[in-house]
Structure formats: structure tokens, C-alpha cells
Design a protein around this ligand. Structure first.
Ligand code: APR
Length: 234
């Protein structure tokens, strides 16, 4: 394969599973305890803000009890040592990539440790509980909400993601079921633009057929192995 210059990595809940954060689909999945429609849509926030805020308060508080695993740490090493272009696009709202040291990182579905003013759009770092009707420090409106992209809302930074997919030489998907768009379509976009595509996942996913290579196993094993090989060839 020609010398790689530009890499895009997509991560999903599977990369944080071995850190103790529940994935969404599959046994014991996060959604099993809740109907998505009840906790992760603009209508739910309108209908029952206390339930939605409590759901995200619990997930935000749980971050204190988890830590990055070997897969997050390996990606942070790639971030530090890869000489070419790199963008880590995560669907996850936890902060484990940052805590492992990643910097070339983009949260397309928002972040638990951030609060968004629904009135003025200002985002504020947030680590505590976020009661409904919390006043915004910037505009004063009582409109602070979890800074999470709900179903039916547009993911963040799609222009930047699409530009990265159009010029990358390698696209690697880690720990995602390929169940939710637009992330589920990234492999086809990258492949269409000529990138080599690799899936690292515990199980076959909805998108497995679109990858040049699909390697099955835990992220904590597959990701360090892959990054060792990439940095050896760099
Ligand atoms: N190592 C690698 N992969 C794993 C591991 C692991 N230890 N454990 C689970 N997986 C894989 C599962 O096989 C599954 O394919 O991670 C994937 C998790 O899939 P989902 O639970 O659907 O999570 P994700 O793909 O991130 O969901 C995408 O859907 O609910 C929305 O906004 C939410 O960002 C989320 C999006």
C-alpha cells in the first residue's frame, strides 16, 4: 500500500466497554434501561426535562468511576507520534479519549462534560449535576441543557468530518455497531474517495460488509496491535 499520510478513526461505545461504560445495544445495553424516545430526543427534553437531565447527570457522575483503557491509550500514542494528518471522530460522549491524552479529537454527538445553552448556543464545561432551567452564564436564559446531540438533531462538525473523509488514505472504525447514521455511512464515503478501510470490533456489525478488512476482538487488544503496526511503518 502507498505511504499513508492521512488517517481518520471513528470510535463508538465499544472502545469504552472495557473501561466499564455500558454500550447502547446488546446485553445490558444502556438503552435497555430506557426507551431512547424517553431520554434522547428533543421531544423528551420538552416533555420531561427532569428525566432527561437526570439520565445525563447519572452518566456524567459515573465518569468519575471509570478510566481510559489500553485502546484509548494506544490512540493517544498514535495522536502524539503520527507525523501525518489524523482526526479521531468519536460518537462517544465520555471523556476517556481526552483523559488518555488524545488532542486531534472531535465529539460528533456532544460531551457529557459540557452544557449547552438552548437559547444562545454557548457551550460551557460542566462536571456536576445540571438541573433543568439552570441559567446560562452568557445570556441569562434559564435554558442550559445537556450538550448531547439527540436523535433527530444534526451531529456536530459534519463539514470538518466530511472534508477529512474525502482526503484520508486510511479509515479505521473501532467499537461501533454501524447502526446510526451519519457515522454508519463514513466507511462508504472514505472508501469511495479511495481510502483503505479497516473495522476493529468485538462482533460483526451492520457495516462489516463495507470494510476492506474486519478484525474481530476486544479493542484493548486489537487497537494497540494495529497502532504498533502503523507506527512501525511510519
Ligand atoms: N471491543 C470492541 N468492540 C466492542 C467491545 C469491545 N470490548 N464491546 C462491544 N463492542 C462493540 C459491539 O460489538 C458493538 O458493535 O461495540 C459496538 C457498540 O455498538 P452500540 O452499542 O450500538 O454503540 P455505538 O455503535 O457507539 O452507537 C452509535 O447510537 O445510541 C446512539 O448516540 C448513540 O453514539 C451512539 C450511536
Amino acid at each position: 500500500m502507498d505511504k499513508m499520510q492521512s488517517i481518520v478513526v471513528l470510535t463508538g461505545a465499544g472502545i469504552s466497554a472495557e473501561s466499564g461504560i455500558a454500550t447502547f445495544r446488546g446485553p445490558g445495553g444502556l438503552w435497555e434501561g430506557h426507551r431512547v424516545e424517553d431520554v434522547c430526543t428533543p421531544e423528551a427534553l420538552e416533555r420531561d426535562p427532569a428525566l432527561v437531565h437526570r439520565f445525563y447527570d447519572l452518566r456524567r457522575a459515573a465518569l468519575a468511576g471509570v478510566a481510559p483503557n489500553a485502546a484509548h491509550r494506544a490512540l493517544a500514542r498514535l495522536d502524539a507520534e503520527w507525523p501525518g494528518e489524523l482526526l479521531i471522530v468519536t460518537q462517544n460522549v465520555d471523556d476517556l479519549h481526552e483523559r488518555a491524552g488524545a488532542t486531534r479529537l472531535l465529539h460528533m454527538h456532544g460531551e457529557l462534560r459540557s452544557a449547552l445553552c438552548a437559547a444562545c448556543g454557548v457551550r460551557t464545561p460542566w462536571s456536576d449535576a445540571l438541573p433543568p432551567a439552570t441559567p446560562c452564564a452568557a445570556c441569562g436564559a434559564k435554558a442550559m441543557r445537556p450538550d448531547i446531540v439527540f436523535f433527530g438533531e444534526m451531529p456536530y462538525d459534519m463539514d470538518r468530518i466530511e472534508a477529512a473523509l474525502a482526503q484520508c488514505d486510511l479509515f479505521v472504525s473501532i467499537g461501533t455497531s454501524g447502526a446510526v447514521y451519519p457515522a454508519a455511512g463514513f466507511v462508504r464515503t472514505a472508501r469511495w474517495h479511495g481510502a483503505h478501510t479497516i473495522e476493529l470490533n468485538l462482533d460483526p456489525s451492520d457495516g462489516s460488509i463495507h470494510f476492506h478488512e474486519s478484525r474481530m476482538g476486544p479493542a484493548s487488544v486489537l487497537v494497540p496491535e494495529w497502532i504498533d503496526s502503523v507506527l512501525t511503518d511510519a
